[in-house]
Write a protein that binds this ligand. Structure first.
Ligand SMILES: NC(=O)C1=CN([C@@H]2O[C@H](COP(=O)(O)OP(=O)(O)OC[C@H]3O[C@@H](n4cnc5c(N)ncnc54)[C@H](OP(=O)(O)O)[C@@H]3O)[C@@H](O)[C@H]2O)C=CC1
Ligand SMILES: CC(C)=CCC[C@@H](C)[C@H]1CC=C2C3=C(CC[C@@]21C)[C@@]1(C)CC[C@H](O)C(C)(C)[C@@H]1CC3
Length: 476
C-alpha cells in the first residue's frame, strides 16, 4: 500500500503547522449550549474520588520519602526499620539545607526559575503550531520554542560551570533538594487549585473526564482542558508545564548531582556519565520533538489538574532525578563490561522508542517514507499495521521501558530504591495503555477490534500479555 494520510493543512504564515485532526465536525454544526458541550462525567478513573485523593497525598509524600530514606546522612535504607526511624528523625532536623522542609530562598529561586521559563517562552523565537481541532470547533495555537529554552539554559549553565567556583555554585540545587521539592509542590498545588476555581467563571472548554462535580476527583484529573492565565490566552499552562519547567529542571538537577560527585571524588564515575548522558538525551529529544505532544492524550483529552501540575513540576524532576542524586553520595564504578551491557540496553530502548514514535509521527503528518502497510478506518483515519506498529500496539512504551531499565542499572544493586523508576514506569505505561486502548476503541469502534486482531500484542512485541492469556483461557 502507498498513499499515506492526507497532508496537514497549510497555515496562513510560513511557520504555521497544524497538528493531526482528531475530531471530525459535522458539516452543518448545530450550536451547542455550554452544558451540552461540557457534559458531566463519571468519576471512574484511578478508583474514583478515593483513589485520586489517595494519589494526591501519596505522590508528594513519596517524593519526600525518597529523599529522607535515601541521602548521605542515612544512606539508602528504605528496606530496614532503622532506616525509616533514622529518616523520621531527620524530618525537620536535617543536618543541612538539603533536607529543610521549607526555605524562602529556595522558593524565590524556584519562582525565578519558573518566571525565567515563561520569559524564554515569550521572547525566544519559535514556530507557531496549530493544535488539534477542539470540540467547540476552535484550534489553539502553540509557540514551540522549548528547545531554544533548553539551549539557552545549558549555555548559561556552561558559563557558570567554567567560571572559578562555578561547580560549587551549581551544587546549590543538590544542596537544597527538599526545599525545592516543597516549592515546586506549592506551585503545583496553587496552579491546580487556581485553574479548578477559574474554570467555573470563565466559561472555558472543560475536559470530558474532569467534570464530575466531585472536588477531589476534578481537582486531580483536571477540570479545564486548556487553561490559561487571565488576559493571556496565548499562554497555555498545560503544554508549557508538560515539557519545560519540570523536564529541564530534571536535567539541571542531574548536572548538579554530577557536580556534587565531582567535588567529593575529584572525578565523575562511568555510572554518573551514563545516567547524565542518557537521561539528558531524553530531555533533549523530548524538546526536539516538542510539537508531538500536541497529539498526546495529556494534551488532547486530559484536563489540567493536580495529576499533571504535580506530575510535571514535582514528580518528574525530583523523583526521576533520584538515580543521579544517589550516585552523587554513593558512587558506583561499573567497569567496561557492565557499562557496555547497560549502554546496549539503553541504546536498543532508545532506537525502538524513536523509530516507533517517528513512524507514527511521520504517518500522522502525511508522510510514509518506509512505505508501511496500513488499514483505513470508517472514521477516515488510517492505522499503521506494519513496521513497529505492526509488532505491538504500543512499541514506543516497550522502548521507553528498556531505557528506564538502562537508567536504573547504573546505580548497582545495593538498594532497591533506585529501581523505583522502572516499577513506577511499568505501572504508569500499563495503565496508560489501557486508557489509550479504551479511547481508541471508542474512536475507531469495530476497526479497532480489527486492528487488535492484526496486532494482538499490547506493548512487548510477540509477548502475549497476562490478560490476553486469561481471555484465551476463558474462551477455551
Ligand atoms: N517518561 C514519561 O514519564 C512518559 C513517557 N511517555 C512516552 O510518551 C510517548 C507518547 O505516548 P502516548 O501519548 O501515551 O501515546 P502514543 O504515542 O503511543 O499514541 C497513542 C495514539 O497513537 C495513535 N495510534 C495508535 N495505534 C496506531 C497505529 N497503528 N497507527 C497510527 N496511529 C496509531 C492513536 O491516536 P490517533 O489514531 O488518534 O492518532 C493513539 O491514541 C511514548 O513514547 C511514551 O513512552 C508517556 C508518558 C510518560
Ligand atoms: C504519581 C503521579 C500522580 C504521576 C503523574 C503522572 C505524570 C508524572 C506523567 C503523566 C504523563 C506524563 C508525561 C511526561 C512526563 C510524566 C507525566 C507528566 C512526558 C512529559 C515525559 C517526556 C516524554 O517525551 C513526553 C513528552 C512524551 C511525556 C508526556 C507525558
Amino acid at each position: 500500500m502507498s498513499d499515506p494520510q492526507p497532508s496537514n493543512e497549510e497555515g496562513t504564515t510560513t511557520t504555521v503547522i497544524t497538528a493531526t485532526t482528531h475530531l471530525t465536525l459535522p458539516a452543518h454544526p448545530v450550536p451547542l449550549t455550554y452544558e451540552e458541550l461540557n457534559p458531566k462525567s463519571q468519576p471512574l478513573e484511578f478508583f474514583g474520588p478515593i483513589g485520586t485523593f489517595a494519589i494526591s497525598l501519596l505522590a508528594p509524600l513519596f517524593t519526600y520519602i525518597f529523599f529522607y530514606t535515601c541521602n548521605d546522612a542515612v544512606g539508602c535504607t528504605p528496606t530496614t526499620l532503622n532506616g525509616w526511624k533514622h529518616a523520621w528523625n531527620l524530618v525537620g532536623n536535617f543536618p543541612s539545607a538539603a533536607g529543610y522542609l521549607w526555605e524562602w530562598k529556595a522558593f524565590a529561586v524556584y519562582l525565578g526559575w519558573y518566571v525565567y521559563c515563561i520569559v524564554c517562552w515569550k521572547v525566544l523565537p519559535g514556530d507557531e503550531i496549530k493544535g488539534n481541532l477542539l470540540r467547540d470547533g476552535t484550534r489553539k495555537s502553540y509557540k514551540m520554542n522549548g528547545l531554544y529554552t533548553l539551549i539557552l539554559t545549558l549555555g548559561l549553565s556552561l558559563g557558570i560551570l567554567l567560571n572559578p567556583g562555578g561547580i560549587e555554585l551549581y551544587t546549590w540545587l543538590y544542596d537544597h533538594w527538599v526545599p525545592l521539592v516543597s516549592s515546586s509542590l506549592a506551585m503545583a498545588t496553587f496552579q491546580a487549585l487556581w485553574v479548578y476555581g477559574y474554570s467555573y467563571y470563565n466559561g472555558e472548554l472543560l475536559a470530558l473526564g474532569g467534570n464530575s462535580g466531585n472536588f477531589f476527583y476534578d481537582f486531580f484529573m483536571g477540570r479545564p482542558l486548556n487553561p490559561h492565565p487571565p488576559f493571556f490566552p496565548s499562554f497555555d499552562i498545560k503544554t508549557f508545564n508538560e515539557v519545560r519547567p519540570g523536564m529541564i529542571l530534571w536535567l539541571l538537577l542531574n548536572i548538579s548531582c554530577a557536580c556534587e560527585q565531582y567535588l567529593r571524588l575529584g572525578t565523575i564515575t562511568d555510572s554518573m556519565w551514563v545516567v547524565l548522558i542518557f537521561e539528558g538525551w531524553y530531555t533533549v529529544d523530548c524538546l526536539i520533538q516538542e510539537h508531538t505532544i500536541l497529539n498526546q492524550m495529556d494534551i488532547t483529552t486530559d484536563g489540567f489538574g493536580f495529576m499533571l501540575s504535580m506530575g510535571d513540576l514535582t514528580w518528574v524532576p525530583f523523583t526521576y532525578g533520584l538515580q543521579a542524586r544517589f550516585l552523587a553520595f554513593h558512587p558506583v564504578k561499573m567497569g567496561p563490561v557492565y557499562t557496555t551491557i547497560v549502554v546496549a540496553i539503553t541504546l536498543v530502548g532508545n532506537y525502538i522508542f524513536r523509530q516507533a514514535n517517528n513512524e507514527k509521527g511521520n504517518f500522522r503528518a502525511g508522510k510514509n517514507p518506509k512505505n508501511l502497510e496500513y488499514m483505513t478506518t470508517e472514521r477516515g483515519t488510517k492505522l499503521l499495521t506494519s513496521g513497529w506498529w505492526g509488532r505491538s500496539r504500543h512499541p514506543n512504551y516497550f522502548g521507553d521501558w528498556l531505557m528506564a531499565l538502562g537508567w536504573c542499572l547504573p546505580t548497582g544493586f545495593s538498594t532497591p530504591l533506585t529501581y523505583y523508576y522502572i516499577v513506577y514506569f511499568v505501572i504508569l505505561l500499563l495503565h496508560r495503555q489501557i486508557r489509550d486502548d479504551e479511547a481508541c476503541r471508542h474512536k475507531y469502534g469495530k476497526d479497532w477490534d480489527k486492528y487488535c486482531e492484526k496486532v494482538p500484542y499490547k506493548i512487548i512485541p510477540y509477548v502475549v500479555s497476562h490478560l490476553q492469556l486469561v481471555d484465551q483461557l476463558n474462551e477455551d
